[in-house]
Structure formats: C-alpha cells, structure tokens
Design a protein around this ligand. Sequence first.
Ligand code: UDX
Length: 494
Amino acid sequence: AEKLTTATTREFKHHLVMFPFMAQGHIIPFLELAKLLAKRTGFAITIANTPLNIRNLKPKIDSTGAGLDIRLAELPFSAASHGLPPQAENTDSLPYHLIIRLMEASEHLEPHFERLLRRICQEDGGRLPLCIISDMFFGWTQDVGHRLGIPRIQFCTCGAYGTSVYYSLWIHMPHNQTHADDFVLPDMPQVTLQRSQLPPIIKMATGSDPWYLFMNRQISRNVRSWGSICNTFEELEHSSLQHMRKSTGRPVWAVGPILPFSLVSSSPSDTIADSDFLLRGLAEEKSSRACLQWLDSQAPSTVLYVSFGSQNSISLSHMKALALGLESSQQPFIWVVRPPLEAPLNSEFSAEFLPEGFEERVKEHKLGLIIRKWAPQLLILSHPSTGGFLSHCGWNSVLESLSQGVPIIGWPMTADQFANSKVLEEEVGVCIEMWRGKEGELEPETVERRVKMVMKEEKGNRLRQRAAEIREAALKAVSEDKNGEMKGSSVCCG
Ligand code: UDX
C-alpha cells in the first residue's frame, strides 16, 4: 500500500510534489532540485516514486538533505506485471525494448499518483499541493493536476537545445519527409541535422510503434504544462531557452547547473568527498579512493576520463577499437567499463570483452585505470589531473564536465545526446565528436587521433580554454550575494 516513508511534521507548509522518471540521469537532478527548493522556500517537498527507487533515495536524503523537509512517497509497482524482470524499477542496465515497457508501465501509476495527491491534501488540512513538478516523460501527470486543480510544471533534465530538438523530432519526424541526408527542423529552421545525428529510436520509429506513441502522448500534454524548468543556464543556452519560451508561450526557467554539490564552494572535492551518493557503498568507496590516489600521481590536465553514463553500453567491436586506440595514444586514462551491447542482461563485466592482454598491459605499463560499472565521476572531473572527458553527452555528464572546465570528446548514443554533442561542438566550442556520421567501423587509429587532438594538440587547448570560460559563466549563473541571496541568472541555485 501507498505510504509516506519519512516522518513528517504536520504544521502547515506549502507543499510541492515531485516525480522523476526512474533513471539515474533523471533522479539525480530531481533530488538536487528538491534540495534547492526546500532550502530556498522552506516548503515541504514530497518526492514520489516506485518502492525500490524510494529505498535508494532514502539514505541520500538522510545524508545530504539533513534539516530539509523532503519526504518520500512510495507508489505501488510490480515490475513483473508489466513483463519486466523483478526489481526492474529503473533503467539501470535495462535494454531499450524494456525501457519502453518501464515507460509505459509508468502511465499505470496515474491512479496511485492521484491518490497520493489527495492524501497530501487531506493531511495538509484540505490545502492542495502548490504544484506538481514532474518529469518530461510523465506528461500524464498533467491530466492528474488538471483534474485536481494543481498546476503542473515539467522538469526537463536535459538542456534547452536538447529538449527542443528532441521534441521537434518526435512531433514532426522531418527525416521521413525527405530522402536527403540533411534536413531542417520545421520549427527550428536554424537547425540542420544529418540522419546520422538521429537517435536510433527516432530513426526507426514508424508512427505506430510504442516509443512513438508514448512520446506523442507525453509531449501533447507537456506543451500544455504551466511552465518548464530546464537544468541549464542562460549564459550557456540563452537562444534555445528563448526559443522554448516563444514556442510554448509559457514560462521557462533555467535553474542550472544543478549538480550534486554546490558550485559556489571553492573546492567541490571537499563538499562531495564524503557523500555516499557518489561513493556508492563500501566496495566502491575503496575503489574510488584508489582512483583518486592514482589521479594524484598524474600530471595536471593529462588524464582522459571515459564513461558513457548510467545506462549506455557500446558494442563489442567499438569496445575493442576504443581499448586499442587508448593504448596507442599513450595518454593516461580512467575508463568505466560495462558489458557490451551483445552481452546478456545483467551480466558482469569480463576481461574477454577487451582485446587480449589489454588489462594486463594497462596495469604493467601504468597506462590507466579500468573501473567496472561505476566511478566517482564528479570527483574525477574535479581533479586537476583530468584534462578531457570522452562522454556519451548525457546532460548531467555535460554539466558536470563543463562546471569543472573539462572539454569533451562526444560519443552520443541516443535520446538528447546527439543534439547535446552537436550544440557543444558547433555553437559552444567545448566538444569534438569521436567520429561524426558513424559511417563504417570505428578504427583504433580514429580513437588515437581524437584523443591526441584533445589531450595534446592546440585544438585541445582551445577547447579547454573555452570550457574554462563556461565554468566561469556557470559560477556566475549560480552566484549569491554576501547574504546568501541569489544574484546570478539561474532561478534557484546557489
Ligand atoms: C540519461 C540520458 O541518457 C541522457 O541523455 C539524459 O540527458 C539524462 O538522462 P545518463 O545516460 O545516465 O542519463 O547520463 P547522464 O545524464 O550523464 O547522467 C549520469 C549520472 O550518473 C551523472 O550524474 C554521473 O556523474 C553519474 N555517474 C555515471 C557516476 O557518478 N559514475 C559513473 O560511473 C557513471
């Protein structure tokens, strides 16, 4: 049964209800936004989710949200009844055909979510929650809000450019109107895309498949939301934010960069080093400390950090090309490895996925670190030895990298990542893609060339210089005056 899982104070406060999609890349910024809103407003915040995600959130709130009135609410959920493996309550390691099932299953939470809102209202002496802040993948919460008379705001955990391009592609499917390789987005004529820059699920969408139908159900409600919150900042994405404001005719607030530490503090490592949020459990804590010690032994800006976020994998052949390319570049690296796309669901990483003898050679010649599954990403990015990030361009990774002045080699794989990589390369000037177009096989030589370009050559210095400027702009966006009041462009950060 539904139940509030944290102790609650019962004196009246305004109440906000938040509901992230069940993926690390969404839950992390939602939690951080909840903390900022609770701190800034003194309102009570309830975060709703499925039982497993609530259980995972509980220690994070206990350790990093102390003193804030953040409550957790479980919504009943049975993965098995939606044809999902038991415990598949978030996208961790789920392949795409199951992620869409999880998304569709989320729509069945509607009556439970409505019951939760009614109960909060009852407990608050008949006062409705002030507003619902829910994920862009949960357009259906708009209907619940409408029925109860509660305004709903969509939180786009991606950037403004990524959100606009992603929505435009789903709504217009412009690539299906032409045989040409390049096409223009009808509502963003300044954006020309190539077919190779389409997320595979959009490229394959037929107009009657589950992804297409799901996204259209959500977007058609999202455009009616009371407003949108974007995890970005004006200095980075002013024109895309303006485009969203004009096209939706509703308020669009830039609140970022929202990160799991305060950008305003002088040393991110100090504020996050003890957070179990980043050092997930003792085993990982041990390997995290080893990883930081290893970074201490490297020269400034020489280490390339390689990671593809919380849910993406690359193919076996790409993994081998990447390994050989890294090795021949002779550039120190930290690589967070996951089983390749071809591996069965929930398999452990095995040395066989890498070229023969690779791990041994890396250890013997002290070329770098290979970390299985999860690394303390923010600590790595904030370390002075880190000079580049080979990333899938998930938006959290992008903001974390830029907030530390680290340039990116883009290797987008899905969703908003292609748009993120494109805008960062073409407009912001902090990224260069691994191999644009992804035509043919990836060769180790391509990897070697890109790595050397970003880590050793003049082009890399220019990218690093620009990334340092963006870091300064990010600091300005979330700056506070001496009384702790916000004075930057971002709406609630600090
Ligand atoms: C997803 C989508 O893929 C992405 O396109 C969208 O913009 C956000 O949601 P994800 O793929 O997980 O996100 O990537 P990302 O947005 O980069 O978030 C990953 C988070 O996990 C980051 O906060 C990162 O610091 C953290 N992480 C990931 C680690 O701390 N350690 C790891 O080893 C991997």
